[in-house]
Write a protein that binds this ligand. Sequence first.
Ligand SMILES: O=C(O)CCC(=O)C(=O)O
Ligand SMILES: [Fe+2]
Length: 358
Amino acid sequence: MIPSLSRFRRSLRWPLWLLSPLGSGHDFRGNPVLGSSLLNRMGLHVARLLLARLMTAWRRLWLRGLLPEYLREAYHRDGFVVVPGLLSDAAFAAVLADVNAAAAPVRECVQGDTLTHRMLLDDTTLATLPGLRALLEHPVFAGGVRYIGARNAHPLHYIQSIRNGVRPGRTDPQKMLHSDTFHPTMKAWFFLQDVDSSQGPLNYVPGSHRLTLPRLRWEYRRSLVAAKLQDGYSEKGSFRADDEDLRQLGLTAPRDFVVQANTLVIADTYGLHCRGAAAPGARRLEIWAYSRLNPFNPWPGINSRIWARGFTWLLQRKWEQLDQSAAARGELSSWHPVALEELHPEASGGELSPGSGK
Ligand SMILES: O=C(O)CCC(=O)C(=O)O
Ligand SMILES: [Fe+2]
């Protein structure tokens, strides 16, 4: 592109960059305001962490009634809750039957040597899947994702399959400890199969969701250099952490979620977490939920189905647009559509049944 044209285009982005500290943006490299070492030396990143924390605590106050007290306490202590045996045997069997029967668009993403497939569970897809609907409406599931996500809205729900070791020699970036972003944010996993230590279990450092003084110091130091980091993720605001970082933060080693099928985990992924090591070919199958909000928004939201429907519709249109622009460049979008069989359990040899630890 002609240099003056690209300079002109860049100048058009300045109004957005200037407003971005008030939003959920976290790209230190691509955004000269968020990545400015001068502004971060003056405390921009730390101020965003503190204000986001305050707003999240405020929103959660309104959502206290959604989760039993013992789970709220576990969350505030550890950064996650684990609920084994969430469903009765019959309800769990109904979920598995629905996962086998679900037919909707599937998308795929390759990260390092890991292949992830997702099917969005929007209202249209769920209309014929009563077992899955009952899971998502279970009070601990539905209340937990709202309380921990500090957002009174339907999260996005997916069937998710993770296959490891599909491209030997490459490294899965999710297998290094990291924080997803600078503010509290929620992800949930309802495991459809037993997860053993060779299947890349979720790992989480207990207590790493807390904004302690050592954590603030660590975040401050990182923010000064983040724009220049080059691990592919830290510079985009998802800071990676190694053993030395854990030592500085006064944190212990991560706990791995080697769990039985029918276990729910809901976590604040500001806390340090990763996917554990896995044997080549190992697969994890789960219902996965995700919710994020402008962290500075004081309003916890309205739990409206119409709004949720509108949002998932828009999201699907956005994915299609990304597919088209990638195709115009002769590429595949990072979450590109694939055949249903890629996700479906039959594709890996046999239907799911209760207790099948595949
Ligand atoms: O799949 C996992 O175990 C964790 C992946 C991860 O880091 C994430 O979803 O944010
Ligand atoms: Fe993550």
